[in-house]
Ligand binder design. Structure first.
Ligand SMILES: NC(=O)c1ccc[n+]([C@@H]2O[C@H](COP(=O)([O-])OP(=O)(O)OC[C@H]3O[C@@H](n4cnc5c(N)ncnc54)[C@H](OP(=O)(O)O)[C@@H]3O)[C@@H](O)[C@H]2O)c1
Length: 317
């Protein structure tokens, strides 16, 4: 485990492509890279949505295209960061497929185009529980419950989920309000039922399980490979819009926890998180410094500021 405070890099500007530059993670990352003087090409179906900046080139690409089409689009960059994801299309789009198929094709195209460095953004689910290297986070019902409780306890996180995921975000707001009432000692039968119903659904099978499983499995396309240069970053559990502190901690492979970090018992209130702005700092550092080549890593930061922040950013603001 290590801590990093970003200080402007003395390296020469890089030529970087961001797949999904208009998305949640991609837009904040593009803004961060541009602020450091790097040239960024945004690859997505509507890359022009991000705005206009002298260091930004939008290049239209459907990531489900043939591998040869992808390879042609990937050629010539120093680094490619994959921030492709289905969240922007709403909760119904959080499927096992096409995420895995897209990741498979992208890796083949990265190899074909001989891209010097490929950074893949995945999810928390591929990290493993402390002391249990064969148990990924998503296999822990306790993690799911404590994850949902952690999200619900943050006004900023619930606001983000409402904005992006529609009905699922609305259900989360109801759960948050019921939890607040319970803590305040004002909960009645209605609030108790809301909490019980919500948590029962999480315990049975959380609605995000399918997509989180896809992200977890996508890591298997990377682990142990030395035939291309990659890095796989898993945002820590509570990943949401928020302040850019510029300071983050990182670790390899294991779910980061507050308190006893070797114990996965009673994780409520112990899950770490990171703002999308700070994860962008960590990924930009990695693009410049290449400290985690061939490694699966996570990053977390101070999330004590619970002010809602935008999910997406434009570069010409
Ligand atoms: N959001 C979260 O809370 C969260 C949590 C943990 C991990 N992650 C991970 O972070 C990564 C990025 O997710 P995100 O939520 O930041 O992304 P997002 O907001 O859903 O953005 C998705 C991006 O992918 C692009 N895209 C979608 N379909 C495409 C296609 N067919 N061809 C080309 N581009 C396409 C979109 O651009 P166009 O519409 O212009 O094509 C958009 O820029 C994913 O691996 C996700 O699992 C996200």
């Amino acid at each position: 485990m290590a801590s990093t405070t970003y200080s402007p890099s003395p390296t020469t500007p890089l030529n970087i492509a961001v797949i999904g530059a208009t998305g949640f993670g991609g837009s904040w990352l593009t803004k961060e890279l541009i602020s450091r003087g790097h040239r960024v090409t945004g690859l997505s179906r509507h890359p022009e949505k991000l705005g206009i900046h002298p260091l930004y080139t939008p290049k239209q690409l459907d990531i489900t295209s043939d591998i040869t089409v992808l390879a042609a689009a990937f050629a010539g960059f120093d680094v490619i960061v994959d921030e492709y994801g289905p969240h922007a299309a709403g909760f119904a789009a959080l499927k096992y497929m096409p995420f895995l198929e897209v990741t498979r094709r992208v890796i083949l195209a990265i190899k074909l185009a001989r891209v010097p460095y490929f950074i893949k953004v995945g999810g928390t689910g591929s990290l493993h529980l402390p002391g249990q290297p064969h148990v990924s986070v998503l296999e822990s019902p306790q993690w799911w419950l404590d994850y949902r409780r952690g999200i619900a306890d943050s006004h900023a996180h619930v606001t983000y989920m409402e904005e992006r995921l529609g009905p699922s975000g609305v259900a989360l707001r109801g759960y948050r309000n019921a939890r607040l009432a319970l803590k305040a000692g004002t909960a009645g039968e209605v609030e108790e039922k809301v909490i019980k119903t919500y948590e029962q659904e999480v315990k049975n099978r959380d609605a995000a399980m399918e997509f989180v499983t896809a992200c977890r499995t996508s890591f298997m396309f990377f682990e142990g490979r030395a035939d291309f240069a990659w890095s796989f970053v898993s945002p820590s559990s509570l990943y949401r819009p928020g302040k850019r502190t510029g300071v983050y901690m990182w670790a390899y492979d294991v779910l980061p926890l507050k308190g006893d970090r070797n114990s996965a018992e009673a994780m409520e209130g112990r899950l770490h998180g990171i703002s999308v702005a700070d994860l962008a700092v960590a990924i930009a550092d990695e693009a410049e410094e290449r400290r985690h080549v061939g490694r699966h890593w996570t990053a977390w930061a101070d999330l004590s500021d619970d002010t809602p922040a935008p999910s997406y950013v434009r570069i010409d603001e």
